[in-house]
Design a protein around this ligand. Structure first.
Ligand SMILES: Cc1ncc(COP(=O)(O)O)c(C=O)c1O
Length: 385
């Protein structure tokens, strides 16, 4: 039987609408609202000084685009020297540039694990890692979020049946804001002969030695098989790199489709990445201010989390409605957005608050006060209704 495609698509959209989670593209409605939702943790995406530096560098470029894949006409000494610089700065042997973190994760997990291999993913990793695992021929299992006992059980029970085992996690979880126990996970991987893969997208620029990410720690980096760093978040630009050994790099250049079959980044992007990394290093006060701001929010909301992540979550209590809460904050000129399923699991919808170096003390105090006021109001409504 042939179904009308339009009808099928419309029905899926209707279903999502009824569930209240229909996605739509929005312009920034209120440019004066305070940014508590972007990944621009250090304000580099809007830095006029960095912009000027990138433009000055790009003046030497003769091209608008790279004209092809790195394996055809798109390679350049600029790309190669940037990879050398990235490897050095992130304390890695080699780096390979990708057009985005999404492409890097998808390609890495599609390419490296083979049939009869086992992929063990933290259950809350980013969609790009889950989708990469779906494209892989390896079998995929999930371990409970940050649960070392559950991970060890899986390594012990199903690990021995596999040819190679890969443990995949994020350093700073994008939707939860908590940190992975990377040292303990690396030890488990060593004990069971597994290969650790860490996506440091939200750690780089913010945490670790000189802000180069949690995976750049000297004691940790040699124990990680592959790390993913991205430049579209704290570095305020675009693109990503996979860090690892020379064999991994050569293998990806030969077999990774999301590296091979795509037009390489243009000079402008390469200059942007290079300048952003240097700018971040030269301005440690941005990172320092970000951490001061995170501490202030924690203190104002009485949160006793002791990690240094710039991502905070607020899970609504019974009777609190995420959309109402977000609208309430928006009306107060505070841009905080709710995160719904399927981005997070059903029943785990939350507000995601991102802190920045440029958020002012008064703005952070206002955010905390508004959240507390909303909680009190809904608590009283519940009490007296
Ligand atoms: C943990 C994580 N990994 C990878 C990505 C994808 O990176 P990019 O935005 O560069 O494609 C994201 C982006 O949201 C992310 O949060």
């Amino acid at each position: 039987m042939i179904f009308s495609l339009e009808k099928e698509l419309k029905e899926s959209l209707e279903k999502r609408k009824i569930e209240g989670h229909l996605r739509s593209l929005k312009q920034v409605v209120n440019p004066s609202a305070v940014d508590f939702f972007s990944n621009d943790y250090l304000g580099l995406a809007k830095s006029s000084i960095l912009k000027k530096r990138i433009e000055e560098k790009n003046r030497s470029s003769q091209s608008n685009g790279s004209t092809g894949s790195r394996l055809l006409s798109g390679n350049s000494s600029l790309a190669e020297s940037l990879e050398v610089k990235i490897a050095e700065m992130f304390n890695a042997k080699e780096a390979l540039l990708f057009n985005s973190g999404y492409n890097a994760n998808l390609g890495l997990l599609q390419t490296i694990p083979k049939e009869n291999d086992l992929l063990l993913l933290d259950q809350t990793v980013h969609a790009s890692l889950k989708n990469g695992a779906k494209l892989s021929k390896a079998s995929t299992h999930f371990f409970k979020h940050n649960d070392l006992n559950h991970l060890e059980r899986k390594l012990k029970e199903i690990g021995p049946k596999a040819r190679q085992v890969y443990v995949v996690t994020e350093s700073v979880f994008s939707m939860d804001g908590d940190l992975a126990p990377l040292n303990e996970q690396a030890q488990l991987c060593k004990k069971y002969g597994a290969n650790l893969i860490v996506d440091d997208a939200h750690g780089v620029g913010v945490l670790g030695p000189e802000g180069m990410g949690l995976t750049s720690e000297e004691s940790l980096s040699p124990h990680i098989f592959a790390r993913i760093v991205t430049f579209g978040k704290a570095f305020g630009t675009h693109g990503a790199a996979i860090l690892g050994g020379p064999i991994l790099k050569e293998f990806l250049i030969n077999f990774c489709h999301s590296f091979i079959y795509t037009t390489a980044l243009p000079d402008h992007s390469l200059f942007s990445i290079s300048e952003a990394i240097h700018f971040q290093k030269e301005n440690p006060e941005l990172r320092r201010q970000l951490h001061i701001n995170c501490s202030l929010l924690k203190k104002s909301l009485n949160l006793n989390e002791n990690n240094k992540s710039p991502i905070f979550t607020y899970f609504p209590k019974k009777g609190e409605d995420l959309k109402n809460m977000s609208n309430f904050l928006q009306k107060s000129n505070l841009d905080v957005l709710p995160i719904y399923s399927p981005t997070v699991r059903k029943g785990e919808e939350r507000l995601r608050i991102c802190m920045h170096s440029f958020n002012r003390k008064s703005e952070i105090e206002k955010l905390a006060a508004k959240i507390l006021a909303y909680k009190e109001e809904t608590f009283n409504q519940r009490l007296y209704s």
